[in-house]
Design a protein around this ligand. Structure first.
Ligand code: ZN
Length: 296
Protein backbone atom coordinates (compact mmCIF):
# COMPACT_ATOMS: atom_id res chain seq x y z
CA UNK A 1 0.00 0.00 0.00
CA UNK A 2 1.44 3.38 -0.95
CA UNK A 3 2.12 6.21 1.46
CA UNK A 4 -0.40 8.31 -0.44
CA UNK A 5 -3.14 5.74 0.16
CA UNK A 6 -2.23 5.24 3.79
CA UNK A 7 -1.93 8.90 4.45
CA UNK A 8 -5.52 10.03 4.44
CA UNK A 9 -5.03 13.27 6.24
CA UNK A 10 -2.85 15.30 3.85
CA UNK A 11 -0.02 17.38 5.23
CA UNK A 12 0.96 20.29 7.46
CA UNK A 13 0.90 23.30 5.19
CA UNK A 14 1.86 26.73 6.42
CA UNK A 15 -1.23 28.55 7.53
CA UNK A 16 -1.34 31.81 5.59
CA UNK A 17 -4.89 32.90 6.29
CA UNK A 18 -4.96 33.51 10.04
CA UNK A 19 -7.70 36.01 10.96
CA UNK A 20 -6.24 39.08 12.59
CA UNK A 21 -8.71 39.12 15.49
CA UNK A 22 -7.79 35.56 16.43
CA UNK A 23 -4.08 36.36 16.37
CA UNK A 24 -4.77 39.45 18.47
CA UNK A 25 -6.62 37.29 20.97
CA UNK A 26 -3.38 35.34 21.39
CA UNK A 27 -1.65 38.55 22.37
CA UNK A 28 0.56 38.68 19.31
CA UNK A 29 1.54 41.73 17.30
CA UNK A 30 -0.40 41.55 14.07
CA UNK A 31 -0.37 45.01 12.47
CA UNK A 32 2.52 44.33 10.06
CA UNK A 33 1.94 40.61 9.77
CA UNK A 34 0.62 40.42 6.16
CA UNK A 35 3.42 42.68 4.90
CA UNK A 36 6.10 40.61 6.66
CA UNK A 37 4.81 37.29 5.37
CA UNK A 38 7.03 37.05 2.22
CA UNK A 39 10.11 38.09 4.21
CA UNK A 40 9.39 35.56 6.95
CA UNK A 41 8.97 32.81 4.38
CA UNK A 42 12.24 33.81 2.66
CA UNK A 43 14.06 33.65 5.98
CA UNK A 44 12.56 30.25 6.75
CA UNK A 45 13.67 28.91 3.37
CA UNK A 46 17.20 30.32 3.82
CA UNK A 47 17.41 28.86 7.32
CA UNK A 48 16.37 25.44 6.01
CA UNK A 49 18.88 25.62 3.15
CA UNK A 50 21.83 26.51 5.37
CA UNK A 51 20.89 23.84 7.89
CA UNK A 52 20.71 21.19 5.14
CA UNK A 53 24.02 22.36 3.67
CA UNK A 54 25.55 22.24 7.13
CA UNK A 55 24.25 18.71 7.68
CA UNK A 56 26.11 17.60 4.54
CA UNK A 57 29.37 19.34 5.39
CA UNK A 58 29.70 18.73 9.13
CA UNK A 59 30.45 15.48 10.98
CA UNK A 60 27.57 13.89 12.92
CA UNK A 61 26.90 15.26 16.37
CA UNK A 62 24.85 14.11 19.36
CA UNK A 63 21.15 14.86 18.90
CA UNK A 64 21.06 16.33 22.36
CA UNK A 65 24.33 18.08 23.23
CA UNK A 66 26.18 18.42 19.88
CA UNK A 67 29.24 16.39 20.95
CA UNK A 68 30.80 14.56 18.01
CA UNK A 69 29.46 11.02 17.56
CA UNK A 70 30.22 8.15 15.18
CA UNK A 71 26.94 8.14 13.27
CA UNK A 72 24.07 10.41 12.37
CA UNK A 73 20.84 10.45 14.43
CA UNK A 74 22.54 9.15 17.56
CA UNK A 75 23.18 10.19 21.15
CA UNK A 76 26.64 10.45 22.65
CA UNK A 77 27.58 8.01 25.41
CA UNK A 78 26.86 10.57 28.13
CA UNK A 79 23.35 11.46 26.87
CA UNK A 80 22.48 7.82 26.21
CA UNK A 81 23.51 6.93 29.74
CA UNK A 82 21.45 9.80 31.19
CA UNK A 83 18.34 9.23 29.03
CA UNK A 84 15.50 8.18 31.41
CA UNK A 85 14.12 5.40 29.20
CA UNK A 86 10.98 3.67 30.51
CA UNK A 87 10.59 -0.11 30.50
CA UNK A 88 8.12 -2.70 31.82
CA UNK A 89 6.80 -3.60 34.30
CA UNK A 90 4.44 -0.64 34.06
CA UNK A 91 0.82 0.35 34.68
CA UNK A 92 -1.33 -1.13 31.94
CA UNK A 93 -3.30 2.13 31.60
CA UNK A 94 -0.87 4.99 32.24
CA UNK A 95 2.46 3.37 31.35
CA UNK A 96 3.97 4.47 34.69
CA UNK A 97 6.85 2.15 35.64
CA UNK A 98 6.52 -0.16 38.65
CA UNK A 99 9.44 -0.96 40.93
CA UNK A 100 8.23 -4.59 41.07
CA UNK A 101 6.40 -6.81 38.62
CA UNK A 102 2.77 -6.95 39.85
CA UNK A 103 1.68 -9.34 37.10
CA UNK A 104 0.03 -8.82 33.74
CA UNK A 105 -2.63 -6.12 33.55
CA UNK A 106 -1.60 -4.43 36.81
CA UNK A 107 -2.94 -0.89 37.12
CA UNK A 108 -1.44 1.96 39.16
CA UNK A 109 -3.30 3.73 42.00
CA UNK A 110 -3.23 6.89 39.85
CA UNK A 111 -5.17 5.16 37.06
CA UNK A 112 -7.70 3.78 39.54
CA UNK A 113 -8.20 7.12 41.28
CA UNK A 114 -8.56 9.07 38.05
CA UNK A 115 -9.09 6.80 35.03
CA UNK A 116 -8.03 8.47 31.78
CA UNK A 117 -10.44 8.89 28.85
CA UNK A 118 -8.00 6.97 26.63
CA UNK A 119 -7.30 3.26 27.02
CA UNK A 120 -3.50 2.98 27.30
CA UNK A 121 -0.53 5.32 27.30
CA UNK A 122 3.03 4.40 26.34
CA UNK A 123 6.11 6.61 26.31
CA UNK A 124 9.78 6.31 25.41
CA UNK A 125 11.10 8.07 28.49
CA UNK A 126 10.40 10.22 31.50
CA UNK A 127 10.38 13.96 30.87
CA UNK A 128 13.77 14.90 32.29
CA UNK A 129 17.45 15.13 31.37
CA UNK A 130 18.27 14.52 27.71
CA UNK A 131 14.63 13.63 26.93
CA UNK A 132 13.51 17.10 28.00
CA UNK A 133 16.35 18.66 25.98
CA UNK A 134 15.35 16.70 22.88
CA UNK A 135 11.74 17.83 23.16
CA UNK A 136 12.91 21.44 23.53
CA UNK A 137 15.09 21.12 20.43
CA UNK A 138 12.19 19.73 18.45
CA UNK A 139 9.65 22.27 19.65
CA UNK A 140 11.44 25.50 20.36
CA UNK A 141 14.87 25.38 18.71
CA UNK A 142 13.87 24.69 15.11
CA UNK A 143 15.44 21.22 14.97
CA UNK A 144 12.79 19.05 13.24
CA UNK A 145 15.47 16.52 12.24
CA UNK A 146 15.62 15.15 15.80
CA UNK A 147 12.12 13.74 15.19
CA UNK A 148 13.68 10.93 13.13
CA UNK A 149 15.31 9.21 16.10
CA UNK A 150 12.50 10.19 18.49
CA UNK A 151 9.88 8.66 16.19
CA UNK A 152 11.88 5.44 15.82
CA UNK A 153 12.11 5.08 19.59
CA UNK A 154 8.38 5.79 19.89
CA UNK A 155 7.60 3.01 17.40
CA UNK A 156 9.51 0.61 19.65
CA UNK A 157 7.96 1.88 22.90
CA UNK A 158 4.49 1.63 21.36
CA UNK A 159 4.80 -1.95 20.11
CA UNK A 160 1.78 -3.04 22.18
CA UNK A 161 -0.37 -0.29 20.67
CA UNK A 162 0.81 -0.73 17.10
CA UNK A 163 0.26 -4.46 16.62
CA UNK A 164 -2.11 -5.61 13.91
CA UNK A 165 -5.42 -6.60 15.45
CA UNK A 166 -5.80 -10.38 15.29
CA UNK A 167 -9.61 -9.93 15.25
CA UNK A 168 -9.27 -8.19 11.89
CA UNK A 169 -10.26 -4.67 12.96
CA UNK A 170 -7.62 -3.26 10.63
CA UNK A 171 -4.31 -1.57 11.31
CA UNK A 172 -3.96 1.10 13.99
CA UNK A 173 -4.59 4.67 12.83
CA UNK A 174 -2.10 7.31 13.98
CA UNK A 175 -3.71 10.68 14.78
CA UNK A 176 -1.25 13.46 15.69
CA UNK A 177 -2.38 16.05 18.24
CA UNK A 178 -2.75 19.24 16.16
CA UNK A 179 -1.38 22.70 16.83
CA UNK A 180 -3.49 25.79 16.45
CA UNK A 181 -3.05 27.07 12.84
CA UNK A 182 -1.20 30.21 13.94
CA UNK A 183 1.27 28.25 16.06
CA UNK A 184 1.70 25.80 13.19
CA UNK A 185 2.52 28.73 10.92
CA UNK A 186 5.04 30.28 13.29
CA UNK A 187 6.80 26.97 14.01
CA UNK A 188 6.53 25.79 10.38
CA UNK A 189 5.67 22.26 11.47
CA UNK A 190 3.62 20.31 13.95
CA UNK A 191 6.04 18.25 16.04
CA UNK A 192 3.40 15.56 16.68
CA UNK A 193 2.87 15.24 12.92
CA UNK A 194 6.60 14.77 12.33
CA UNK A 195 6.78 12.09 15.03
CA UNK A 196 3.76 10.28 13.53
CA UNK A 197 5.42 10.23 10.11
CA UNK A 198 8.58 8.69 11.58
CA UNK A 199 6.51 6.03 13.35
CA UNK A 200 4.83 5.31 10.02
CA UNK A 201 8.26 4.87 8.45
CA UNK A 202 9.30 2.44 11.17
CA UNK A 203 6.03 0.44 11.20
CA UNK A 204 4.84 0.15 7.61
CA UNK A 205 1.57 -1.61 8.49
CA UNK A 206 0.06 1.33 10.41
CA UNK A 207 -1.99 4.12 8.84
CA UNK A 208 -2.06 7.83 9.53
CA UNK A 209 -4.72 10.51 9.46
CA UNK A 210 -2.53 13.59 9.76
CA UNK A 211 -5.39 16.09 9.84
CA UNK A 212 -7.96 13.94 11.64
CA UNK A 213 -8.16 16.43 14.51
CA UNK A 214 -8.39 20.22 14.38
CA UNK A 215 -7.79 22.84 17.04
CA UNK A 216 -10.96 24.86 16.89
CA UNK A 217 -9.96 27.23 19.67
CA UNK A 218 -6.64 28.92 20.43
CA UNK A 219 -5.33 27.87 23.84
CA UNK A 220 -2.73 29.31 26.20
CA UNK A 221 0.53 27.43 26.48
CA UNK A 222 0.09 24.70 29.08
CA UNK A 223 3.49 25.37 30.66
CA UNK A 224 3.06 26.70 34.19
CA UNK A 225 -0.61 25.72 34.52
CA UNK A 226 -1.79 23.23 37.15
CA UNK A 227 -3.85 20.15 36.26
CA UNK A 228 -7.29 21.77 36.57
CA UNK A 229 -6.19 24.91 34.67
CA UNK A 230 -4.77 22.71 31.91
CA UNK A 231 -8.02 20.75 31.63
CA UNK A 232 -10.01 23.99 31.48
CA UNK A 233 -7.58 25.43 28.91
CA UNK A 234 -8.09 22.58 26.41
CA UNK A 235 -11.79 21.96 27.03
CA UNK A 236 -13.58 22.20 23.67
CA UNK A 237 -10.29 22.93 21.90
CA UNK A 238 -10.43 19.91 19.56
CA UNK A 239 -12.82 18.73 16.87
CA UNK A 240 -12.69 15.84 14.43
CA UNK A 241 -12.25 17.08 10.85
CA UNK A 242 -14.47 15.90 8.00
CA UNK A 243 -11.79 13.49 6.76
CA UNK A 244 -11.14 12.47 10.35
CA UNK A 245 -14.79 11.54 10.81
CA UNK A 246 -14.56 9.19 7.84
CA UNK A 247 -11.23 7.73 8.92
CA UNK A 248 -11.65 7.13 12.67
CA UNK A 249 -15.11 5.50 12.82
CA UNK A 250 -14.68 1.96 14.06
CA UNK A 251 -10.87 2.24 14.11
CA UNK A 252 -8.24 1.69 16.79
CA UNK A 253 -6.77 5.18 17.03
CA UNK A 254 -3.36 5.99 18.48
CA UNK A 255 -2.96 9.65 19.44
CA UNK A 256 0.58 10.90 18.88
CA UNK A 257 2.16 13.74 20.86
CA UNK A 258 5.59 14.78 22.08
CA UNK A 259 4.89 15.07 25.82
CA UNK A 260 2.22 13.84 28.24
CA UNK A 261 2.02 16.04 31.32
CA UNK A 262 -1.26 15.97 33.25
CA UNK A 263 -3.21 14.21 30.51
CA UNK A 264 -5.49 17.20 29.85
CA UNK A 265 -4.63 17.40 26.15
CA UNK A 266 -4.70 13.62 25.59
CA UNK A 267 -8.03 13.27 27.40
CA UNK A 268 -9.63 16.16 25.49
CA UNK A 269 -8.46 14.78 22.15
CA UNK A 270 -9.40 11.19 23.05
CA UNK A 271 -12.87 12.35 24.05
CA UNK A 272 -13.67 13.77 20.60
CA UNK A 273 -12.20 10.71 18.83
CA UNK A 274 -14.35 8.39 20.96
CA UNK A 275 -17.40 10.56 20.24
CA UNK A 276 -16.62 10.24 16.51
CA UNK A 277 -16.89 6.47 16.83
CA UNK A 278 -13.28 5.32 17.34
CA UNK A 279 -13.23 1.69 18.52
CA UNK A 280 -10.46 2.57 20.99
CA UNK A 281 -8.02 5.39 21.64
CA UNK A 282 -4.47 4.80 22.88
CA UNK A 283 -1.80 7.45 23.37
CA UNK A 284 1.85 7.25 22.32
CA UNK A 285 4.20 10.05 23.36
CA UNK A 286 7.91 10.58 23.50
CA UNK A 287 8.15 11.80 27.10
CA UNK A 288 5.93 11.14 30.12
CA UNK A 289 6.09 13.74 32.89
CA UNK A 290 5.58 12.15 36.29
CA UNK A 291 7.26 8.88 35.30
CA UNK A 292 10.62 9.79 36.83
CA UNK A 293 10.50 7.32 39.69
CA UNK A 294 9.12 3.76 39.60
CA UNK A 295 5.95 3.26 41.66
CA UNK A 296 5.93 1.00 44.67
ZN1 ZN B 1 25.10 14.11 23.99
Amino acid sequence: MSDATRERGGHMDLQAGMPVDRARSEGRAVAAWPQLLPLARLMQTARRFFRSAGDLALPPTCLCCDRLVASDQALCFHCWHEMPFLAPPWCQRLGLPFAYDLGPGAVSPQAIAKPPVYDRLRAVSAYSGPARALVARLKYHDRPSVSRAMGRWMARAGDELLVMDPAGAGPPLLVPVPLHPFRNWSRRYNQAGLLAREILRARAHVEICADGLRRVRATRRQVGLDASARAKNVRGAFAVSREGALAVAGRRCVLIDDVHTTGATANAAARVLAKAGAASVDVLVFAHAGADRPLG
